[in-house]
Design a protein around this ligand. Sequence first.
Ligand code: T3D
Length: 266
Amino acid sequence: AESPLLITQDDAVRTLTLNRPAALNAFTTQLLSMLRTALDEAARDDSVRAVVITGAGRAFSAGQDLSDAMIKPEFEPGGKPKDIGTLLDHYYIPLALRVRSMPVPVVCAVNGVAAGAGANFALGCDLVIAAQSANFIQAFAKIGLIPDCGGTWLLPRLVGRARALQLALMGEKLSATEAVQMGLIARCVPDADLAATAQAVALKLAALPTRALVETRRAFDEAMSLDYEDAMKLEAVMQSHLGFAADYQEGVQAFMEKRAPQFTDR
Ligand code: T3D
């Protein structure tokens, strides 16, 4: 059988494609493990300067595979429902943190529906670009759960409490266009252009000073829990380090010499 995760590389861009199209790329524990391993490998590989995550077929991901053995409640007498908390602790949390700590930028190309953990996994990536026909569904409430895979943290921060509650409680389909208008995602493009746009964006990111991009993500995340002054103090500490790095020297020198910079830090 074909692998549930396809891994390809074009130039400095590593692309990970969720590949269980018949189940709308729902996450099994196997797929979650493979995704995390693939991200670990990309993180270790210096030839990789940007990652694209996308899905095969008509969906990005329908979230947790509700038929996967680990979570299927057993209703036989004496059978116990499996603990979803354990599933989150062992699979979803490390995966989401892996994305958030990648040493290179991560672009999510949402090619179709992104539901439940599939939506929130996508929203945790650095840049989310959706196909026009894609949509986002906070499907959790419909099956008696709360938004997970970072949803409770991400949604109110991305769109504010009122809209976050609207999305999470109603669990309605949100089109890619509405998602852009709401500020949930950065960009939406015609379906036919999605793959090429994601690749072009990733290539552009790959040519930029990687360390500065990753430190920007980290500064934004850390500033969430800081006051104005402390955020600026953190900026000063991070800027101090970046100011001694080769990329800064190259960036300034290239500017002065009116040539394209060649960034190498990662
Ligand atoms: O225990 C836990 O849940 C742990 C925590 C998990 C976090 C979560 O992710 S909870 C949310 C889980 N996801 C959902 O509740 C979404 C379920 N899926 C849907 O609501 C719909 O499939 C969609 C709205 C995403 C798409 O609808 P539609 O009509 O375009 O497609 P479909 O016919 O429903 O699905 C196509 C196939 O994919 C179908 O299989 P079949 O009948 O052709 O053999 C369907 O069963 C399968 N599929 C879709 N979603 C899942 C799935 N199989 C397993 N798990 C899924 N989540």
